[in-house]
Design a protein around this ligand. Structure first.
Ligand SMILES: *[C@@H]1O[C@H](CO)[C@@H](O)[C@H](O)[C@H]1NC(C)=O
Ligand SMILES: *[C@@H]1O[C@H](CO)[C@@H](O)[C@H](O)[C@H]1NC(C)=O
Ligand SMILES: *[C@@H]1O[C@H](CO)[C@@H](O)[C@H](O)[C@H]1NC(C)=O
Ligand SMILES: *[C@@H]1O[C@H](CO)[C@@H](O)[C@H](O)[C@H]1NC(C)=O
Ligand SMILES: *[C@@H]1O[C@H](CO)[C@@H](O)[C@H](O)[C@H]1NC(C)=O
Ligand SMILES: *[C@@H]1O[C@H](CO)[C@@H](O)[C@H](O)[C@H]1NC(C)=O
Ligand SMILES: *[C@@H]1O[C@H](CO)[C@@H](O)[C@H](O)[C@H]1NC(C)=O
Ligand SMILES: *[C@@H]1O[C@H](CO)[C@@H](O)[C@H](O)[C@H]1NC(C)=O
Ligand SMILES: *[C@@H]1O[C@H](CO)[C@@H](O)[C@H](O)[C@H]1NC(C)=O
Ligand SMILES: *[C@@H]1O[C@H](CO)[C@@H](O)[C@H](O)[C@H]1NC(C)=O
Length: 504
């Protein structure tokens, strides 16, 4: 027995020890889970380590973080895989540091990142491999660095980009061709202002879709003044693109190659005297179409003769249509470059943009059409005549009801003038006939309330009818009163002018 108790005792002890051990290991794991660096402030999913004079990204970081803020420190380089331990990270701020370059593996596996702020650092270039893993990135802030060059393929994989800020750098050129292939369907802002751009490839920029041109900022650059640039900017101004409208004073250009001073593109007219452009070209041709109809819009460019030309259409809602594969039930691009819109409805109204690309002549051209889908006049007039007809029928039915239904009811009332039945008085609020002379004193017409009780009196039995109007009846709004009498000596009065049988 004692042996058994001893074994049991030892077993229990072992279990307790084991339990303790497990608890301890859980505890130790728990302490490693909340890996908040001493210098940082950790909240539920936000990690802030700003203005701490950090020289490196802290190695242990809580994996739950969605936002990591390391701005205003002295970080010189980011180590490889520095964000791999943060699988949920969406926002990374590391502005106001001293980062010069980024190696290939820095942003490996940071595929959830949506927002990256590397502004105010010391970046010198933007290489192809810098951000290529950030396939979900929406906003990239690189302003106020020392960037002189951007690789043509730097944004190639970042197809979800909406905003790129590259202002206050030292760019002398930008690879506009990289955004020309329309591989960034969500791109709405590309800020290249306050750089060192001396020439703008107008041929390329002019053929970008409106949704990019509207947010393509390149003011405050020493671009060379020329007529084609001036014409393009005048067109953008005419169309009200934000990139020109919001910075009209800051659009400058270099008029004289040997002088440093710049002139304001929209103020200085002397220089642009020699330029002439067709203001009418700025107006977008309009096409009208009725709801439910189909229409074909042509892409009227000079490249029509060229049989190597391909066409892309961009709808007002930024959808891309291209012969033959990019189409939907409503938008069918045709082989000859035109776009067919089937069963149009009002939501298709807006500016359609066509981009014609000629392989042979190595030029691209754009053409815009302002489509307005409207309800046809026929439908409108049909519906109004229908309502008139319905109104007539209702009035007619009311008159008939009155003619054939009310007399039997009121004949009951007349028999018992001392106690008028309830149903009869209820009806009298609309129509009322009481041929009894004894009721004259009860007749009251209240014009103020716009409900008129009008009662014709049968004086004799010879069918003659006289209107009895009491003294307190104010005849000022005579339009409210319409009276029609028939041979049966019955008067009808409608207080509502819409219901007036006179219209019938
Ligand atoms: C604690 O962490 C270690 C490795 O860090 C792991 O092997 C162990 O399974 C963890 N224990 C518990 C209870 O999670
Ligand atoms: C990146 O910067 C570091 C120091 O800032 C430098 O040692 C290294 O050579 C640079 N690498 C490249 C590829 O420029
Ligand atoms: C990156 O992610 C891949 C797949 O998601 C994984 O196989 C790889 O181990 C990860 N790399 C690192 C350094 O965590
Ligand atoms: C025309 O557009 C295509 C595709 O967008 C582009 O690859 C090509 O460089 C453009 N050519 C010119 C001359 O703009
Ligand atoms: C701007 O570019 C020109 C050459 O196009 C160069 O001479 C000049 O130094 C650059 N300016 C700055 C501030 O980088
Ligand atoms: C096509 O464009 C030319 C000039 O660009 C113009 O003369 C012509 O009327 C246009 N045709 C149509 C159908 O819009
Ligand atoms: C385009 O036209 C040229 C002659 O103008 C012809 O030689 C060529 O075969 C045509 N190409 C196509 C794809 O039709
Ligand atoms: C293209 O074809 C459609 C129908 O086949 C036609 O309506 C349209 O006018 C054509 N456009 C041109 C520019 O030839
Ligand atoms: C127009 O058509 C689209 C798709 O065909 C549909 O989603 C939309 O509801 C329609 N709008 C109206 C006002 O009928
Ligand atoms: C397109 O046409 C409609 C109707 O005429 C007009 O209200 C609208 O301003 C036009 N849009 C543009 C960009 O010209």
């Amino acid at each position: 027995m004692s042996l058994l108790t001893l074994t049991l005792f030892i077993l229990v002890k072992l279990l307790v020890l084991f339990g303790l051990g497990v608890q301890l290991s859980i505890l130790s794991n728990a302490s490693t889970f909340t890996r908040c660096p001493e210098v940082c402030i950790c909240t539920a999913d936000l990690l802030s380590c700003t203005r701490k004079n950090l020289r490196h990204v802290p190695v242990t970081l809580p994996p739950t973080a969605i936002t990591l803020d390391l701005s205003h420190n002295a970080i010189v380089r980011l180590h490889d895989y520095c964000l791999t331990t943060l699988p949920h990270l969406e926002t990374f701020r590391i502005s106001h540091n001293k980062i010069k370059n980024i190696t290939q593996h820095v942003f490996r596996n940071a595929t959830y990142l949506l927002y990256l702020d590397m502004s105010s650092n010391h970046l010198h270039t933007v290489e192809k491999y810098y951000f290529e893993d950030l396939v979900n990135l929406k906003e990239l802030l690189l302003y106020n660095n020392k960037i002189v060059q951007v690789d043509e393929k730097a944004f190639m994989t970042l197809i979800n980009l909406q905003k790129i800020y590259l202002s206050w750098n030292r760019l002398t050129k930008f690879p506009f061709e990289s955004i020309q292939k329309l591989e960034h369907p969500y791109l709405r802002t590309l800020d290249l202002s306050a750089n060192n751009l001396s020439s703008i490839p107008i041929q390329v920029i002019a053929t970008l879709p409106t949704y990019i041109k509207n947010g393509l900022y390149f003011h405050n650059n020493p671009v060379n003044c020329d007529c084609s640039l001036q014409e393009m900017l005048q067109e953008w101004k005419h169309r009200g693109y934000s990139s020109v409208r919001d910075f009209i004073e800051e659009h400058t250009c270099k008029a004289y190659p040997n002088m440093l001073s710049l002139i304001k593109t929209f103020n200085y007219n002397e220089y642009f005297k020699i330029c002439s452009w067709n203001q009418r070209k700025f107006d977008i041709p309009e096409v009208l179409c009725r709801v439910g109809e189909s229409l074909v819009i042509d892409c009227n460019t000079s490249l029509h003769e060229d049989n190597t030309t391909t066409y892309r259409w961009i709808s007002p809602r930024h959808e891309l249509f291209m012969y033959p594969e990019h189409s939907d039930q409503t938008h069918q691009p045709l082989k000859n470059g035109s776009l067919k819109i089937i069963n149009a409805n009002r939501s298709y109204s807006g500016v359609y943009e066509c981009i014609a690309i000629s392989d042979l002549q190595k030029i691209n051209e754009t053409y815009e059409v302002n489509v307005t889908v409207h309800y046809s006049k026929l439908v409108e007039s049909f519906s109004t005549s229908l309502t008139t007809l319905l109104g007539c029928i209702v009035s007619l039915v009311l008159v008939l009801m009155y003619l054939y239904l009310t007399p039997c009811c009121c004949s009951k009332c007349c028999r018992k003038p001392t106690s008028p039945p309830q149903d009869c008085s209820a009806q009298s609020s609309i129509l009322s006939t009481t041929p009894s002379v004894t009721d004259v004193t009860n007749r009251k017409i209240s014009a103020n309330k716009h409900v008129v009780f009008l009662e014709p009196i049968k004086e004799n039995q010879n069918g003659k009818v006289k209107l009895a109007v009491t003294e307190d009846f104010d005849v000022n709004p005579p339009k409210l009163l319409r009276l029609k009498l028939d041979s049966e000596s019955i008067g009808t009065a409608f207080s509502n002018p819409v219901m007036s049988p006179a219209d019938a």
